[in-house]
Design a protein around this ligand. Sequence first.
Ligand SMILES: Nc1nc(=O)c2c([nH]1)NC[C@@H]1CN(c3ccc(C(=O)N[C@@H](CCC(=O)O)C(=O)O)cc3)C=[N+]21
Length: 277
Amino acid sequence: MTLIDGRAIAAAITAEVTETAAKLRESGTVPTLAVLVPTDDDATAWYVRSIERAAKKVDIDCRVVKLENPTGEDVTRELDKLSADPSVHGIICQTPLPEGVTLDHVGAHIDPAKDVDGANPVSLGRLAAGLPTYAPATAAAVLEILKREQVALSGAQVAVVGRSTVVGKPAALLLLGENATVTVCHSRTKDLAAVTKTADVLVVAVGRAHFVGADHVKPGAVVIDVGTNPTPEGGLVGDVDQAAVEEIAGSITPVPGGVGPVTTSLLLRHTVTAAQA
Ligand SMILES: Nc1nc(=O)c2c([nH]1)NC[C@@H]1CN(c3ccc(C(=O)N[C@@H](CCC(=O)O)C(=O)O)cc3)C=[N+]21
């Protein structure tokens, strides 16, 4: 079994982004990403620090806007302001959002041209229609890993477990765009293991530690583990029971060091692309 090195893939993307960012600066544009943080959440705080660190390395300006106990209206007003600000090229609104506020609602206030984490329903619609757009960075990371690992997708059986708007659904659309035969599974799927066992590529994005085990995996399958579940000991585990699957899968993305770092690097790539446009 091969462990897929997400950090190495992220480093390769980061090197490309560094070059593009330098060219932008030479031509007088300071590539700028705005990160809106509407709630206090440990996982989000970690992701925001990681974005800041990564942006600094590639010389992208990162503007973190922290709101204290905002209403939905406070969030949309801030997103309207950032969308209208010509010095901002990319905008990400962190989840979770305040109680009663949905990403669909606030996402509609991110200019699609700056929507580097694909949160505007317009961006998702464009993705569904096969038009150029920014896919959510995590979904894009799934595809980027499969491409860099040269996994054949055309005609392949792919199972996506999870149907969220930020990962499962857009990942399924991106995979369809590569001519994969995509099955989307979720909490109501009957006999999940029977479906996932037929998959050459298994993408798991349910947000539950060790949800997928040995009896879910086809021998030799490529397993992409999107989960980042905090453990009581302060560590991080995926949605896949890696130890149980090790003997069966052909290759797997570890957690940490798999999809996560690639997600951050793609958010930055989307930002320089937006700055070039
Ligand atoms: N609008 C929005 N989009 C997101 O994509 C989004 C979000 N909100 N809110 C928070 C979650 C969390 N998230 C992570 C991204 C990378 C790592 C990551 O790189 N983790 C490291 C390890 C971290 C560690 O070791 O503690 C890794 O997997 O190797 C983790 C978590 C994106 N999120």
